[in-house]
Design a protein around this ligand. Structure first.
Ligand code: GLU
Length: 424
């Protein structure tokens, strides 16, 4: 059988890793050869130059991407990342993960991701607005409520979604809230969306601890990353009575065996932007945080932080992947061989965000809005269903939990592609 002829466009460690994960899953379900490359490679990608005027009058050009991995199961869906290390290969890997994540949760979406190479912390608010608007302006040909629906990711937030919505709406000539999710409530955002990813992560941790017979009130938790996902996970877990013994961001971390006061940490970050110099415990490096003895370790920042080099130091019972792709496939195999850590894989663990994005989009399309309780109740129904499906798949085929989740997600995308046939 002939193989795909592909360029080196997406050449990055993360993309190669996502491809290897796909290959392992494809082998595990004996995926027909003629479906493999078709399902694996991104459908299309857009690379854009984004000139903006700085506050000092100079002009600077940023580079941005949008990769739509799969459009066969519905409009593409996925966040936009503003980060200095963004590459098109990283965006493609994240887009691929969105395809499997949406399919696993049973959402009528394809998968996509966007990114701009920029450190948003170095821009003024006005510069950030101009960059966000310019990015949406350049994406207009491939974006829309029925085509591709962006959302926040690392380095982007509600306000940025608001500017993007305005740019799109101005173009089409009417208010179009369904074009992005994770937007402000005043523009048609959903109750519960801001905290949805963290709430979902915490809920799944609680459910898995129940399965293991560990009371959540006796659980200790270390969380890497104190952005939207990490901080909301901390809030929700603390609300369940778990003890958060460590948190961190890119400036370093804090350890406190008696438990960190999360409300105080949030207050500090709101005023100082970073955790650096927050009292409330002893300083700890991000590397040492991963090695803390704890019930639950939550990597909630960037990809590929748990590697073959540090996986041997892990001393958690549960690894809850709140970030996308935090564990390399090499490390994953070593964790499996160790057999003492339960992994809640990313495409299940952090799916609460895109699930509530789906609810937000539905509310926008219906012009009918739900209460926070309704949103969160529906979220747990979808998470429970996805978790149950993963556990059954794991048991039935004796797969790891990650392989179970991936094969379910990939299998659903494949079925849709098979049913649609190959055009022309
Ligand atoms: N960026 C989030 C993720 O990685 C959310 C995507 C969305 O809501 O579309 O899942």
């Amino acid at each position: 059988m002939s193989k795909a002829v592909v360029s080196q466009l997406y050449n990055s460690e993360f993309f190669k890793m996502a491809c290897r994960q796909f290959d392992v899953a494809a082998d595990a379900i004996s995926l027909p050869e003629d479906m493999r490359d078709r399902t694996k490679y991104p459908r299309r990608a857009l690379c854009v130059a984004l000139p903006i005027r700085r506050d000092d009058g100079s002009v600077v050009v940023f580079e941005g991407y949008r990769v739509q991995h799969n459009l066969s199961t519905g409009p593409a869906k996925g966040g936009i990342r503003f980060h200095q290390d963004v590459t098109i290969g990283e965006v493609a890997a994240l887009a691929m993960l969105m395809s499997w994540k949406c399919a696993l949760a049973g959402l009528p979406y394809g998968g996509a991701k966007g990114g701009v190479i920029v450190n948003p912390g170095l821009l003024s608010l006005g510069e950030l607005e101009r960059l966000s608007r310019r990015y949406m302006q350049e994406l207009l040909p491939v974006i829309g409520p029925q085509v591709d629906v962006p959302a926040p990711d690392v380095g982007t937030n509600e306000q940025i979604m608001g500017w993007m919505l305005d740019t799109y709406s101005t173009h089409v000539g009417h208010h179009e809230p369904a074009v992005v999710t994770g937007k402000p409530l005043a523009l048609g955002g959903s109750q519960g969306r801001r905290e949805a990813t963290g709430v979902g992560v915490a809920y799944l941790i609680k459910r898995y601890l129940e399965d293991l017979g560990i009371p959540i009130t006796s659980a200790t938790v270390a969380i890497q990353g104190f952005g939207n996902v990490g901080s909301e996970t901390a809030v929700a877990l603390a609300g369940y009575g778990a003890k958060i013994i460590a948190i961190s961001d890119y400036t370093g971390g804090i350890f406190n065996a008696n438990g960190i006061n999360i409300a105080k940490a949030l207050e500090y970050v709101r005023s100082q932007k970073v955790l650096h110099d927050f009292g409330g415990g002893e300083p700890i490096s991000n590397d040492d945080l991963l090695a803390l003895p704890c019930t639950v370790l939550v990597p909630g920042a960037l990809e590929r932080v748990i590697t073959a080099a540090n996986v041997g130091r892990l001393r958690c019972r549960v690894l809850a992947e709140a970030a996308n792709g935090p564990t390399t496939d090499e490390a994953d195999r070593l964790i499996e061989a160790r057999g003492d850590i339960e992994v809640i894989p990313d495409i299940l663990c952090n799916s609460g965000g895109v699930i509530v994005s789906y609810f937000e989009w539905l509310q926008n399309l219906q012009h009918y809005y739900w209460t926070r309780d309704e949103v969160l109740a529906k979220l747990t129904v979808v998470l429970d269903r996805a978790k149950e499906a993963v556990e059954q798949q794991k048991l039935k085929f004796k797969f790891s939990r990650r392989l179970a989740a991936l094969t379910l997600g990939i299998g659903r995308v494949v079925e849709a592609k098979q049913r649609r046939g190959l055009f022309p």
